[in-house]
Design a protein around this ligand. Sequence first.
Ligand code: SF4
Ligand SMILES: [Zn+2]
Length: 422
Amino acid sequence: MGTRFLYKTKSVCPVCLKTVYADIVERSDGIYMDKSCDKHGPFSTLIWADRAENYLRWLDYGLVDTAALPQTQAEADRALEGLSFSGCACSLPSSSALMTTNRCNMGCPVCFTRDKKEPLHEPSLAECEKLMRNYREKAGQDAAIEFCGGEPTVREDIFELAGLARDLGFGLIQLNTNGVKLAESGEFCRKLRESGVTTVYLGFDALHEEPYYAKYGKPMLETKLRAVENAAAAGFAIVLVCCVIPGENDGDLGAIVDYAREHMPAVKGVYFQPISYFGIYPPDRIRRITIPDVIRRLAAQHPDVHVEDFGPGSYDHAQCSFNGAYMQDKSGRLRPLTRFSRRRPEPGAVHRVRSGLVNTWTPSGRRTLTIGGMAFQDAWNIDLMRVKRCSIQIIQKDGRLIPLCTKYLSGVQGDKLFPGIG
Ligand code: SF4
Ligand SMILES: [Zn+2]
């Protein structure tokens, strides 16, 4: 099979980050993004390992008008008029992240938030309060908040920060963490839960050590397991987050789902993020895994999970995320509550997504589990059509809301559209 053109969009040159037109095309092993920079030449990246027919159906079910996909540069210009990679978000977020600190207690070799040229970034409580108030005004009272870093738990005032968010009225207050502090102390977990954090979003890449060695440079499995135990005892909702790296942990997806199943109802979700490449990264070391590969592996590795349980997100762009919901039956098995089907267009979709998040990802005795994931974009595969519908945004220190994928976008030599971590 040769190359079959599907549609045109806009992306960036992975070297200089200049905006370029991109062709989305089908080849024998999947859908690619082809693009070319005047200065830096052509680039081609796998974006969806499936046939065009299935890819287009996925887009269609995720409310992309596939009959109107741009066929020429002029049509792409029209479809993306007024938008740029360096602009603010143009859709409301379902959830946004407050960069609480760029300090961390791990110093991982591959961390994308660590930028050695970066000075300390740790907004004071008063600054955080101002940013969170402003965020609620802009995004709406039902928007969720995430504390991210660095590692938010290294802030000595993390309890006060959580209390502030609770007093401001956030219904879902999520802590994105490596779990080290949670594993160290049940008392710390209890205080954090009492302060208002509802949800622990815990990096959890496998049930054996190799992926942790690769990521953290040391064994971490015991820490992760203890973090789950302590967080469950403190009454948090827990979401396990696995960065999927082909050849590293893509054989462990079923085992992670099963571990989650065994730790319901505290564990409410498992979220798989196909690896994306931020920061300086040699192109020949890039290994890709795409959403359909992750879904196929999940179905092959866990008896209760099936390919047709999953569909695209109903609010963000169809290529950004996938989701399925499950209920645990009396025998302990997972039963799917969702099926691959066309999403219904709704005017207030973001509010439905937000209330869905509160229902599924805050503490409760309900034995439901969401399995899903988001494929963050990098300089190789970023697509302005996706950025346009971004649902996860970063609260910048100047108060602007920026799509996560453009906020952290970096060229192969480390250039950025938005310098600075916060
Ligand atoms: S643009 Fe990036 S952060 Fe936003 S919804 Fe898509 S993958 Fe997620
Ligand atoms: Zn270039």
